[in-house]
Ligand binder design. Structure first.
Ligand code: HEC
Ligand code: HEC
Ligand code: HEC
Ligand code: HEC
Ligand code: HEC
Length: 217
């Protein structure tokens, strides 16, 4: 009996068996690398329980970021300030303002203000503010012009591709260590003149991890 299909077609199931999982794996990779978070989280701006404005406090009044986020240099997380920090001023300023009612209640009861998190990496990704601040990466590089934000919103994708883009070539994002909270650095004439290799404050050249276990521990 003559064969209906030529002999080589016997290999098709085998070939499909090998190729299909590869294509599948590639599609999964493509989705998370190019697609998923890169374009979705930017602009996330949850409503906060108190109408606290960075544009007023950090921008117009020029309060340094570390006055409130005082753990960025000493802990992985850049803790949001306790109500006490607000009351340092608001026990004297705007003491009757209805917009500060929740702040006063929180201070009296000791119950924290339920601020809504804006940035949130998944648990399997490890991030620590300390090495970044110590290497001279500015807050504005990752969080944008917070000093212009009335309500904080996410400015950068915070995706793996975004982390790696900088880790592979951090140099353009390094500034003098005392300029980390300066929101104007990227537009300043000093930036063009700055050569981090000649900065006497730097003890060593930064080498951010690009291997998987650097961020997935
Ligand atoms: C007077 C206190 C104060 C100062 C000064 C301040 N912040 Fe904040 N920051 C807060 C509070 C309160 C929140 C939480 C509410 C909110 O998101 O608006 C916050 C939230 C944030 C968030 C979002 C955190 C999250 O939930 O993911 C970022 C980013 C941030 N601040 C960056 C900065 C930067 C950068 C500066 C300096 C330019 C700065 N802050 C100055 C009080 C302050
Ligand atoms: C290299 C990028 C980068 C730099 C530089 C950076 N941050 Fe962040 N920040 C992040 C990421 C990523 C998160 C989310 C962390 C998480 O979910 O675990 C975050 C979260 C925060 C939060 C929310 C609380 C927390 O730690 O999860 C605050 C507040 C904050 N950053 C403030 C600052 C301030 C102020 C500076 C400058 C002194 C700064 N950040 C510099 C990337 C950065
Ligand atoms: C260094 C002092 C200082 C600190 C610290 C501070 N504020 Fe203020 N805040 C002010 C001043 C000054 C004003 C503006 C008063 C005005 O314009 O009349 C203000 C205005 C406000 C207003 C607007 C009130 C209104 O009715 O217009 C809110 C809301 C507010 N602050 C919340 C906060 C919160 C929440 C914190 C803590 C995370 C905080 N502030 C920390 C000094 C401070
Ligand atoms: C704008 C540049 C930049 C971005 C964006 C950035 N990093 Fe980094 N990262 C650095 C630099 C610079 C260092 C310091 C390397 C050193 O000191 O040798 C570093 C160090 C680290 C380290 C090493 C910490 C240690 O203790 O060994 C980890 C982990 C890390 N980054 C995770 C992340 C993650 C996760 C993201 C994204 C959410 C991210 N980084 C985004 C520049 C960046
Ligand atoms: C510089 C830090 C960094 C390095 C190095 C890194 N990752 Fe990631 N990775 C992240 C962050 C941050 C996320 C979470 C991204 C998000 O939430 O959008 C992530 C997410 C992932 C995810 C989940 C994707 C999804 O669908 O959400 C996988 C899988 C992954 N990484 C694998 C790897 C592998 C494999 C390597 C080594 C080749 C690696 N990562 C190296 C930071 C890193």
């Amino acid at each position: 009996m003559p064969a209906i299909f030529p002999r080589w077609t016997n290999k098709i199931p085998l070939a499909l068996g090998v190729v299909t999982p590869l294509v599948g794996a590639f599609l999964i990779f493509a989705v998370w690398y190019w697609w998923s978070p890169l374009y979705t989280d930017v602009g996330y701006r949850p409503k906060q329980p108190v109408e606290y404005s960075h544009a007023l406090h950090a921008g117009d009044m020029g309060i340094d970021c570390r006055y409130c986020h005082n753990t960025v240099e000493s802990a992985p997380h850049a803790a949001v300030p306790p109500t006490q920090t607000c009351m340092n001023c608001h026990s004297q300023v705007q003491t009757e303002s209805p917009r500060l009612a929740l702040v006063r209640t929180s201070f009296e009861t000791g119950e924290a203000i339920p601020w809504v998190r804006v940035h949130m990496l998944p648990d399997y990704a490890f991030f620590d503010h300390r090495p970044h601040v110590a290497a001279g990466v500015g807050c504005a590089t990752c969080h944008g012009r917070v000093d212009n934000m009335v309500v904080v919103e996410q400015a950068q994708p915070m995706s793996m591709g975004w982390c790696l883009d900088c880790h592979r070539n951090p140099e353009p994002n390094l500034r003098p260590l005392d300029q980390v909270t300066n929101m104007d650095w990227d537009d300043s004439p000093e930036k063009a003149a700055y050569d981090f290799k000649k900065d006497p404050e730097r003890k060593r050249m930064p080498s951010p991890p690009v291997h998987c276990s650097g961020c997935h521990r």
